[in-house]
Ligand binder design. Sequence first.
Ligand SMILES: [Zn+2]
Length: 103
Amino acid sequence: MIDCPGCGVTLPKQQILLGYSYNASAKCYEQYSELTAYTLSHTGDDFIHQHVVDVYAAQHSGNGMKIFTTVFALIGLYYAIERGYNGRQVQRVHTLLARLKHP
Ligand SMILES: [Zn+2]
């Protein structure tokens, strides 16, 4: 068993080298991948997938994850929780932020 360094969940240890930059155990990331496959199958304007992506990124920041990934996740969660945006609206915020020029 191994504790995920990001969220702390204890899951069976896997000897798999994954090509991702989340601060997560392999089994935690595998379960996240299963969840995202499920949420992507949902249709409709709510687009719950965006919330899952943002929560997971925020929980598993660090250890090589790009700082923009964490920032976008926290901004997305702010709009979802504090402003009541659905996933589609949060996705639109992400798109607009990505278009901004960085100094
Ligand atoms: Zn985790």
